[in-house]
Each structure stands twice: as C-alpha cells, then as structure tokens.
Design a protein. Structure first.
Length: 228
C-alpha cells in the first residue's frame, strides 16, 4: 500500500512574529503506524523540500516516544528534508492520503487548489482520506461532484474552538476549524479538550487534536485494508 502524507509549507503564525508549521506528533505517530503496516510512505508539501516544523511541537512537554523516534530516524528525517512538490503528485499513484495538522495548513493548504484537487480525486476514485487536528480545515474548498461542500451532511471533527481558545490563538488564525466545518454544513462533534476523538464517515476520516493522530492513522489503515 502507498500513502501520501501532505504537510504545510507555511511558517508564519499570522502577524505575531512567531513561527508555525506542522505539528510533529501528528506526523510522527501516523508515520510509524503506516510503516508498521508495511506501507510505502511519500511526503509532500506545496513548496517541496523541508517543510517548517512548529517549534512548539518539539518542546519537551509535547514530545512523545514517536517524536523522539522520528527525530533519531535517519530515513524519516531524510524523507522530511526532501518532500515532493504537491503540484507534481498524482492521486492515482497512492492508495490513500493523510494530512497532519499544525496551524500552518490553515494558511496554505486550506487555500491550495492542488490540495483540493488531490482530495477530490482520491475520494472520487473510492480511496480514503484522513485529516487530523487543524488539517480538517483543509477541506474548506473541497467539493463533491455536484459542487456542494464535501463535508456537507458528513460527520466530522477537528481542532475545537475551546482548544484554540486554550492556546490563545483564536484571534490569530485565519479561521476556526470547528466554525468552518459547521458553516459548510458538516455535522461537527468533539470530545473533551485534548482527548482522542476520531470520526469516520464513508471514505473520510477526521481526528480532533494531536492525541487523535495515532487513532486516526489506525482508522485509515483499517479502512484501506478493508477496501483492498
């Protein structure tokens, strides 16, 4: 099985002067789930090359066994340093696509036509897509074949307003994931802040927060395995 993991190329946290990017645990935990399933992993990002890591995600309090393993893994860090350009990717080459979060995707991937097309093409060819934490916000311009929002009427989750409030970025982000999914007609639900919570609706899997990244990857593996 071949999985494409799509990471952000955006590193500015609004006008705060602080840096953002992808959240390390949301890459590392799924990466090893997919690896242990025997999958072939390709990393991509809008600009290609090394995507920006949210520096906060590498602080001691946010490190996990998976993040430490990733950082010490020469093969993994080499793949991260050389992500392929999203524009050069063909959905037909992969069995599934996974999007880690971090705040970065709200600025670039959420507005990226190549990303929207990748998700639409993957789902329409009967292959699943998983997104975790802020990454479900990437679905804001993704549509069904009839032009309606992809998430309309679907059970979805993503980073909660209360979680955004807790990290004091409500007024910094370009939009709130929970509000956006609801506005698009998604049937949004969540667990308590920072608790793992994953939803599957058809071929779409969404996870609420960093703690949901490994369970979201597990759900994706199960779905792909069933479909094969």
């Amino acid at each position: 099985m071949k999985v494409l993991i799509v990471l952000t190329s955006h590193d500015e946290l609004g006008n705060t002067g602080r840096k953002t990017g992808f959240w390390l645990e949301e890459l590392a935990a799924p990466y090893y789930r997919f690896k242990e399933a025997g999958w072939e992993i390709t990393l991509a990002s809008p600009k290609g090359g090394r995507p920006p890591l949210d520096p906060k995600s590498n602080e001691p309090g946010f490190q996990t066994d998976d993040t430490r393993r990733f950082e010490a893994d020469a093969e993994a860090t080499q793949a991260l340093a050389n992500t392929v350009r999203l524009k050069a990717v063909s959905a037909g080459d992969f069995d599934t696509v996974f999007y880690p979060g971090g705040h970065g995707p709200l600025w670039d991937l959420a507005e990226d036509a190549d990303s929207a097309r990748l998700i639409e093409t993957t789902l329409r060819s009967g292959k699943p897509v998983g997104l975790v934490c802020h990454a479900p916000g990437v679905l804001r311009h993704v549509v069904n074949e009839g032009g309606t929002p992809l998430v309309q009427g679907k059970n979805v989750t993503g980073f909660a307003n209360s979680e955004e409030d807790a990290v004091q970025l409500t007024d910094v982000v370009p939009f709130l994931v929970e509000d956006e999914l609801t506005k698009l007609g998604g049937v949004y639900s969540k667990a308590g802040d920072w608790q793992p919570y994953v939803l599957q609706d058809g071929l779409l899997i969404t996870g609420q927060n960093p703690a949901s990244s490994a369970p979201a990857a597990d759900a994706l593996i199960e779905l792909v395995t069933k479909a094969s």
